[in-house]
Design a protein around this ligand. Structure first.
Ligand code: SIN
Length: 485
């Protein structure tokens, strides 16, 4: 594999109980930039998934009994190793996922930051004492790890979405099993290799890679030894997994789809709004749950904003993520391009105007040059659906009330953004938006210290921040009685 200095990071089989498990069956990992096979990975299935859960169950007592300081020291080793290998991990990520190398290296730092954060936050799992209703009693509240955590993670952030979950789980004292997307297993397996080098004990962090999404998904959501299930992916799949978790009443957290509005008010700094929209929309070629899905721009400034935004988009360089100066890589697959183009066509057919792009790219069938579509209404397909590609529909509005109404007119509620200067408006709009996260004069809001998560059909639970541990802890009430002399 091109340019990976430490070849030991290239692992081609599941990591269960500290062992690399071969299989007779293999699946291919494709570089989205050129459709070439970059690896053949041992295809794990139901049995290996069960084995991973049992390994996590076996490792749990010793891991949960370690002090927070001991766990933090091991996690800190893991963080350091990830940062030491940032270049290799970034390159591996670009090769299997497509995003530009600088962005991929940024993802490694972003993912590692969660390990650093939760290593420390695990030291602050405070309990409580509550005044009791009788003098001979005391009420104590302690927090304990939920147990074995199982997870399914997506291809759009092959490192950070695993790190964000695993770090919180390990920091809380839980053991962890992840099934990463089979489109991007190499980043997950490299993380396992570094967990091993960091001396994270066998069975605490397990990675099971395989193509049987349905079979493995059922085990991870229904196995009686799994206490908590966590998923990042589409709302449609999240609903199925949520229903499967019901049979054993698992603790669940879900990071699902989004339809982020990016609102530009007439008092905004338009140049700053253009830069924010570029960042928010074209990060990862638009394949991000929190990325801008619709731009809403106030009529008075719509022409100026659209002209400046179109000029800025024209400067983006599309190409193989390993190339110099590339800002937009390929999409994950040719079929992803086709789905996005279908939404563009359906929206055009309803009267919208395609300002730039929308044609097949000369770069290859996984590439899509940025598309800007104007004269869009909130009822059109590009505004109703999560686009997950480098396409920007622009919708105009008259008043603040209309902007909030349009922004909230969706079943999703993950992230929203707006640009404005008036302080009253900033509070009114931030409070009126029905979203879990709001960027005000800011297009990039994700970091380890902030609570990431959505409302409505965008999911439940929060990842990152001091709140991110809550989903991995149970509250236990201890009543001390008989304290009278
Ligand atoms: C996602 O697309 O689900 C994650 C994006 C982020 O963490 O910023």
């Amino acid at each position: 594999m091109q340019g990976i200095q430490d070849q030991g990071l290239i692992k081609l089989a599941s990591y269960i109980d500290g062992q690399w498990l071969e299989s007779d069956k293999h699946f291919e990992v494709i570089n989205p930039a050129n459709q070439q096979v970059i690896a053949r990975v041992a295809d794990a299935g139901i049995q290996q998934t069960e084995a991973a859960i049992l390994a996590a169950k076996k490792a749990l007592p010793a891991w949960s009994k370690k002090s927070a300081n001991e766990r933090a020291a091991l996690m800190r080793n893991w963080f350091n190793l990830m940062m030491q290998h940032q270049e290799d991990l970034g390159r591996l990520l670009t090769l299997e996922q497509g995003k530009p190398l600088a962005e991929a290296k940024g993802e490694i730092a972003y993912g590692a930051a969660f390990i650093d954060w939760f290593a420390e936050e695990g030291k602050r799992i405070y309990g409580d004492t509550i005044p009791a209703p009788a003098n001979d009693k005391r009420i104590l509240v302690i927090k304990q790890p939920v147990g074995v955590v199982a997870s399914i993670t997506p291809w759009n952030f092959p490192n950070a979405m695993i790190a964000r979950k695993a770090a919180a789980a390990l920091g809380a004292g839980c053991s962890f099993v992840v099934r990463p997307s089979p489109s991007t297993p190499l980043s997950a397996l490299a993380m396992a290799e570094l967990a091993e080098r960091a001396s994270i004990p066998a069975g605490v962090f397990n990675v099971v890679v395989g193509e049987d999404a349905v079979g493995m998904g059922k085990v991870l959501t229904q196995h009686p030894d799994v206490a908590k299930f966590t998923f990042t992916g589409s709302t449609a799949v999240g609903k199925l997994l949520l229903a499967q978790c019901a049979s054993s009443v698992k603790k669940v957290s879900m990071e699902l789809g989004g339809n982020a509005p990016f609102i530009v008010f007439d008092d905004a700094d338009i140049d700053a709004a253009v830069q924010g929209a570029l960042l928010s929309k074209y990060r990862n070629a638009g394949q991000t749950c929190v990325c801008t899905n619709r731009i809403l721009v106030q009529n008075k400034i719509a022409a100026e904003f659209t002209e400046k935004f179109t000029a800025a988009v024209a400067n983006l360089r599309v190409g193989d993520g390993l190339g110099d100066g590339i800002s937009v890589g390929p999409m994950i697959s040719p079929s992803a391009v086709q789905s996005v183009l279908k939404l563009v066509e359906e929206t055009r057919a309803q009267g919208a105007k395609v300002l730039t792009g929308g044609e097949p790219s000369a770069l290859g069938e996984s590439f899509l040059e940025p598309v800007i579509v104007t004269n869009v209404t909130n009822a059109m397909p590009l505004a109703r659906n999560e686009i997950f590609g480098p396409v920007t529909p622009i919708i105009s509005f008259d008043s603040e009330e209309e902007a909030i109404r349009l922004a909230n007119d969706t079943e999703y509620g993950l992230a929203a953004y707006f640009y404005a200067r008036d302080i009253g408006r900033i509070f009114r709009v931030a409070e009126g938006l029905e979203y879990g996260m709001v960027g005000v004069n800011e297009g990039l809001i994700s970091n380890a210290a902030a609570p990431f998560g959505g409302v409505k059909q965008s999911g439940n639970g929060r990842e990152g921040s001091k709140y991110g541990l809550d989903d991995y802890l149970e509250i236990k009430y201890v009543c001390l009685g008989g304290l009278d002399k």
